[in-house]
Design a protein around this ligand. Sequence first.
Ligand SMILES: [Zn+2]
Length: 523
Amino acid sequence: MPEQRHSRSIYPGSVYQSGVPELVLASIRQPGDEICSDVYIRDGVVAAIIPSQQRPTSGGREAARVVDLDGRYVIPGLWDEHVHMTQWALASNRIDLAGANSAREAAAVVGSHLAGAGAPDAAGSGAHAALGAAPTLVGVGFRDVVWPDLPSLDLLDGATQGRPTALLSHDLHCVWLNSAAAERYGVSVDRSGLLREEPAFELTRELGRLPDTLVDPWVQKAGKAAAGRGVVGIVDFEMTWNRDEWLRRIAGGFDALRIEAGVYPQDLDRAVAEGMRTGLPVDGGGGLLTVGPLKVLIDGSLNTRTAHCVDPYPDGSHGLLTVSAPELLALLVRARQAGFVPAVHAIGDAANRVALDAFEAAGIGGRVEHAQFVRNEDFARFGRLGVTASVQPAHALDDRDAAEANWAGRTDRSFPLRSLVAAGAKLALGSDAPVARLDPWTAMSAATARARQDGRGPWHAEQALTRREALTASTRGSGRLRVGDHADIAVLDGDPLTVSDADFAAMPVAATLVAGRFTHGGA
Ligand SMILES: [Zn+2]
């Protein structure tokens, strides 16, 4: 981190008048600015932004702490608007098999973790850890459909030295076990070592049943990693009574991010009885925890062909509407009365229409989560009704083949970021971690380039956002730091408006602050 100087006299009198700023970020640039400025932070808020040339060289007041940022770029801290944080923490503590091009390679990756190249204990899982037995090694993300060889019990046994090991396929419909894991979980497998469908789901659930004492440190680590990417806050849609999980974690030292903890309809009565409503700070949350939106799922997903669509899938189905239109309307009316902002999960174009109809009839704004497929006549309704489109741009690239196969001839309105913005909708970017990485630069890069660095070329480039639009949709404001804002700030080692697409996707973040406190860098 840049040098830090104490007791330097730099405050212009006007800044000093209302109290001593606790921190000055000196010599920063906001993207697009020609000149450097100094950011004065007091009580966790941006108190002043003043051109560095106007900094008095002598005769000013004493400084609390000055960090010289040497012309680095500064943006408001980033938000990931859609996260499942416990699931993400679990996934990030499992061995990543996405890069394995064969069964043999996957076994070798696991073997090298055991040999100490990775962190086998952190990858472990199961209550056995608490009991002192070696935890089960868990790997995720393998794609056996493209492997030239077959997984086998022998192959995995040979790589794992008797350590119980379970590997989950990327779509979670298949688990590859070794003999020790089959014994530990009391399941029988043939020579392939594979479980599929329901037995695979069952074991996957079992692997996720872990003590808080194990998972909370992983969540803390995942929070720090997010801060390392410039993230200052997340909207957490973990499907539990989420508030108390976060109160426990914050009491245990979690302080890397602001958390907006979502509520599900099954908990709405309890939430209302306890006086909760969206946006309300939670007592005991250290200023970091607020009540999030009311999350309502009304359809499924593209990959399972359960997203509810106007036109049929190739098999003739239209997906599922899991909450009827009258039920949804009743929920939104209830949300309005109770002060909850609804966040309605709608992926298919028919589900998006149902969601917008309900927002309109209930007379309430809110958010649609995903909005992956939208009828042309519905784009403008987002803006008109005050419904934010909470979108996950990385999914567009993950699902481009699935979209071409299932929404053939109409993918021009799938993952329609530009169409939404052009029609006046407000966008909020997120990852849906663990579905995509909790890294806003991955999301923003997918939104702006509509391509990965994999040589495949852009997909529906006409739906891309500009860099400025992506930053604005990830920072809950104007995309620029302003006086009076929370001092939630990301300090970048590159200019986000001009670096290459590859550098933008991998943007180095020098420091992150929440309410003027360093959560990354700054040591
Ligand atoms: Zn989600």
